[in-house]
Structure formats: C-alpha cells, structure tokens
Ligand binder design. Sequence first.
Ligand code: NAD
Length: 354
Amino acid sequence: MTDTLQITDISAPGYERIVRGVDSASGLHALIAVHDTTLGPALGGLRMWPYESEEDALFDVKRLGKGMTYKSAVADTGLGGGKAVIIGDPKTTKSEALYLAMGRLVDSLNGKYITAEDVNTTLADCAIIRRATKYVSGLAREDGGSGNPSPYTAYGVFLGIKAALGHVFGDDSCKGRSVVIQGLGAVGSALARRLADAGATVYGADRNADKIAKLQSEIGLVPLADEEVMTKECDVFAPCALGAILNDDTIPGLHTPIVAGAANNLLLEPRHGQMLREREILYAPDYVINAGGIINVSVEFRDGGYDEDVALSKIERIPVALKQLWTIAKEEGIPTSEAADQLAQRIVADAQGK
Ligand code: NAD
C-alpha cells in the first residue's frame, strides 16, 4: 500500500527545519518545527488546534518551538527545542488514522524531533503515535514512559515560590503566607495541596466549581471569584490557568510582591516584564519555574532510562536557576523575563562554541 502522506519542507530562517505533513487519506495537515538541536533532540508537545490558516499555525509552532529551546536550555535537560501542531478541530477531526499519519511524520525526522502530549493531545493519542514511531515521550508509566508530568511541574513551582519568598522576605517559609492560585487544574490543585501542607493560606479560583469545592473540604482553600483573583492582596500570585494574563489592564491592579505560577506565556508582550519590574513585583519567568514536567520527561532519555529520584533532584535545581536570573536582572537593570531569554541564548551559543 502506498503511503498517502506528503512531506514538504518550509524554509524559515533561524529554524533548523520545518516540515509540513499532508495526508489525503486521514485528513492530517500538520507542521513540525525543529528550532534547535544544539543541546540534544528537539522535544516539544503536539498541539491540535482549529487554526484559521496554515500561516497562523506556522506562527504558533515557530513561537512554541523556540520557547522549548529556551526552556530546556535553562532547565539543563540535555534536549533541544521543537513543537508540532495539527491543524483541525479536536472535537471532529481526531481519528486513529490521523495519529498514525502524524506518527509517520514524526518518524520521518529520524529522532531530530521527539513528540509528547500537549493541548488537545492526550496520552491515548500519543500511544497511537507510538505505533508509528519510537520518538514519543511522556507515555504512561505502564507503557514505559515517565507518566503524568503535572505533579512534577507543581513541585517545581512550589520550590520556586519558596525561593521567591526567600528573595523578597528573607525567609522561604510558607507558614503564615498567603498565596492566590488562578486555576485549580492538574498543576494548580497539586500546588495548592503542597502550599497548604507547608502552612500557607491558599486562595483560589477556577471556572469549575467542583474543583474549588474539593479543595475547600480537603485543605480549607478560600474561594475567590474569577474577577477578584488578580487584585486580591496576597504574598504570592500563582497563575496556573491561562497565558497572556499579565498585561496593561491587569498589572496595575496586582496587589502582590511576587508572581510565580505554572501557566505558559504569562506576559502578553515582552514589555510587560518591564512593567512588572517598574512596579517592583518579583516575576519568576514562566518557562523556568514551570520546567518540572519537561525535566521529568527528559530523564527518560538518560542511560538506564527513567528514574524518579534523578528527576526530583534535577527539579530541585529550579530555585538555583531562578535565583541566578533574579541576580542577573538586578545587576543589569533588566526584567527577569529578559534575563531568562539572555541566559538561554548564551547557553545555546556557548554549546555551539560561538
Ligand atoms: P488544566 O487544564 O488541568 O487546569 C487548568 C485549570 O484552569 C482548569 O481547572 C480550568 O477550569 C481553569 N481555568 C481556566 N480558565 C480560568 C480562569 N479564567 N480563571 C480561573 N480558572 C480557570 O491544566 P494544567 O495541566 O494544570 O496546566 C495549567 C497551566 O500550566 C497551563 O497554562 C499549562 O500550559 C501550564 N503548564 C502545565 C504543565 C503540566 O505539567 N501540566 C507544565 C508546564 C506548564
């Protein structure tokens, strides 16, 4: 049987390779961006989204792939950065044939790109991809993978919050501190439990009332309305839901000395890092503090395979990276977000011998 998958290259300066996969039989229309493999194979999740055009999908996959290079560089995962997107509506387009074709597209890059779950791609979808390629990470433990990354992400965010408390208050204890969490999903709920265990008063909001009720009875979470979450006076604001929430409209209303949470792409634009700095709010750059999940996955690639103890000890270095960034930012008078990007670029350039 001839394969109906057509693979073509898209030229993009600054990216090692971008491929388009179109398969008439399954309806697959996907892009993979390999941004940089200097530090190792490009690992990044597979997103499915109903993009209006291929141009929109290309913009997103490039932005996300480059972000993965930076994230892995600072987290010292030994991996490079890349990302993949399937253009389509997850409610109507998903099929076994589609993910098998996606697997063949991933396989065509011979390990330069390793895929994983992401928005609208589940572990079950990744298990189908695995039948067409070995270059899949983050599978369930019973399938030989490192399993659900969320508890590891939450652990890293918890350690990052403690580091921020130490930096701002000279004491990293959570006892008596107030933390507001926006979004009590996989990461936010695990973070809430850790903070409550450590003695913090935890406030939280979520679109889903059941998630709030569960934590109210379990850990005494204090519920907040959606609109209160970004103006509530607290010691730490921990965004764990959506990106782009730090912007011209919200930053002036923040009542916290620290923003440190799991959500990706928190700054609407890079200049909002400067706005936080001007308000003397300590910002833990999102891709540095939320790297616990990728660090956990990266351990799958070490000699000997996945080992949870190795993952935890690497996650425990997230506060070290954050403190380094806060110091650089202070010394150079730049936003912490900019310090993170500069550090990531320098790590890659040093490895390239530039
Ligand atoms: P999730 O889908 O399990 O949880 C998100 C929660 O946010 C949901 O409970 C949802 O109801 C809630 N929510 C949505 N909009 C909201 C709003 N306006 N106000 C309050 N709550 C709202 O996702 P997750 O896996 O917990 O990830 C949370 C964030 O962290 C995402 O931005 C994700 O990209 C990022 N992240 C997650 C991981 C991971 O390991 N899961 C790793 C790195 C980054």
